[in-house]
Every structure is written in C-alpha cells, then in structure tokens.
Design a protein around this ligand. Sequence first.
Ligand code: ADP
Ligand code: TPP
Ligand code: MG
Length: 305
Amino acid sequence: MSLQETGILAQIRALLPGGESLVDDCGALPPTPAGHRLLVTTDLMESGQHFRLDWHPPDLLARKLLAVNLSDLDASGARPFGYTLTLALGPEVDAPWLTTFLAGLAAGSREADVQVLGGDTVGRPAGLGLGLTAFGFAARWLRRDGLRPGDRIFVDQRPGASLRGLRKLQAGQRWDPARPDADLEAHLAPRPRLGLGLRLAEIPEIHACLDLSDGLSRDLRNLAEASGLSIVLEPALDEDARRGGEDYARCFGTSLPQAELESRLGLPLLPVGTVMPRGAAPLLAYDGDSLLPLPDLSFDHFGSS
Ligand SMILES: Nc1ncnc2c1ncn2[C@@H]1O[C@H](COP(=O)(O)OP(=O)(O)O)[C@@H](O)[C@H]1O
Ligand SMILES: Cc1ncc(C[n+]2csc(CCOP(=O)(O)OP(=O)(O)O)c2C)c(N)n1
Ligand SMILES: [Mg+2]
C-alpha cells in the first residue's frame, strides 16, 4: 500500500495528541509563564546514519525520535509541552509502517504529556529523514557552562549499553520482544530518566548539565570547553563507557558529595570525572601515572566508516 500526502496528514491529525489543531499555516506556542524561559531543541534522524529500517521497529523508532529531543530539554531543566514533526519518506515505507510509527509517537507523547504543534511531510527518492523539534519551559536554564573547579561529574545511567546494542545489531542479532535484551533495548528504545533534569535544576549546587548523546569522550569535552575548564576522567571507566554514544544520561557537575545527592534524589549515581582549572586539554585521562588528553572516540557523522 503506497503513501499519499493527504492520507498521511489525516492519520497524523487522528492519532497524535494535539493533531486536531493542525489546520492552519502556522501553529502557536503557548505564552511563556512568568519567570520561565522558552527552550527549543531539534534532532534529525536519518536512515543509514542513525537507524536502519530493517533493525528498528517503527513504533520504537518514533519513541526514540521523541525521547532524544525530550532528553535535551530535560537536561536543560525544561518541562516539555510540544513539538513539530518533519517527515521525509522514501518508497521503502508503506502505510502500515507509518501507522505503527505514529501509534508509537502517540503513546510516547501521552506518556510525556506533549502535543504535536505542526510539521511538514514530503516524499524523497530513497531513505528516510525524521526531524523533531521540541519546546519546553525552564524556570532555571541548566546550561553547560557553569562548572566550577573541584566539581565532580556524575551520570544517572552507566554509559555503553547502547553501543553494545549497536554492535549486536551489526553482528546480526535482532529485536525480539519475546527475548528481551538490555543492550538492544538501550539502543532501539532508550529511556532517558526524564524529569531528573528538572529536579537537578532546582538544586543550586548543580552547576552544569548536558544530555549525554555523543558519548563521554566527546560530551565531557563539550562540558569542559563550555565552562573554560578541564575534566579528568574517572579512571575506573571501561572502554565501552568511555566511548558510549546514544546513552541519553543526564551528565552534570556538582559541588555536593555523592552520598548526599544520592539520598536527595533517591537514586544511585556514577562518578565520571572531576573538574580542575584549565590544563593541557579540556578532557584528560590517567594513563598509568601520567595525565594525557583523551582522544574523541565518538561516532563521526562525516567519517568514512
Ligand atoms: N545546523 C545547525 N544550525 C544551527 N545550530 C546548530 C546546527 N547544528 C547544531 N547546532 C547547535 O549547536 C549546538 C550543539 O549541537 P549538537 O552537537 O548537535 O548538540 P547535542 O549533541 O547536544 O545534540 C546546539 O545548540 C545546536 O542547536
Ligand atoms: C545505522 C547506525 N549507525 C550508527 C549509529 C551510531 N550513531 C549514530 S548518531 C550517533 C551519535 C548521536 O547522534 P547525533 O546526531 O550526534 O545526536 P545529537 O548529539 O545531535 O543529539 C551514534 C552513536 C546508529 N545509531 N545507527
Ligand atoms: Mg551531536
């Protein structure tokens, strides 16, 4: 069954929360509550680059597209309220695929209490591009640039599981709901701890935060560079945790001791680094007794492999 633009829009209107209001040239953002900032984030997911159609069930793909954007907003201390959706669909997908995709997006939207605000739908000769732009309000915009020397950096989920899931898919393993696999789940259906960023933003001793999407070896560098400082990587982290990618943990710097923060938040935290004044490079790791710059191990969008 082939796709038609009017039929696609009718389905979007019928299935997605907020879809009934998609009738005009523009949508409207709600007024920003007093004392809040309106924040925006966007992520584009491309077949071949971010996912493979033959690996990724359409409902999980839609949930991931939403989750990666909500993860950015939450890590910035924002409560999301809505999003726009851009679909560029090649001939590889048919009507049942799209219905399952939209059903997954609808379920994810209800869980997160967010509505569709607009979007665009186009065809393309081959492959898929899925774009989502999400909006939220923050009472405190928890940015990357507030680290202080002496802060420790923590994450709420051990990085590396998504990378292992990707390797399993590359080796031929496939998603089977009857045989759950934590690594495949971390990769195909990541569950960022949404709401934690909001709570962190309420704690003044949390100085900076980001959404861990590229992996520690890149994102800790981003955090250190934004703050004009250096981070020393926690020595105990193994290679998978260092490399990671698509982890979607909250990664934050704080002057509070680990035990105190864990009891306030009611969850275990993993230390991943310590902040120091700017050294030889933004991100350093121990190699024996010497402290050396850590190379960027993360996924390269423009690399050859
Ligand atoms: N093509 C672009 N046009 C405008 N801003 C961009 C573009 N690509 C990235 N950015 C901005 O650069 C910053 C870092 O982007 P990115 O590395 O994708 O962040 P993240 O890894 O957290 O998603 C963000 O503020 C993002 O909005
Ligand atoms: C088919 C396929 N190949 C490789 C990857 C690995 N991968 C793709 S993008 C990415 C990093 C995160 O994506 P990006 O677009 O940089 O997201 P952002 O940091 O902007 O949120 C990784 C690890 C994948 N998910 N699927
Ligand atoms: Mg990125």
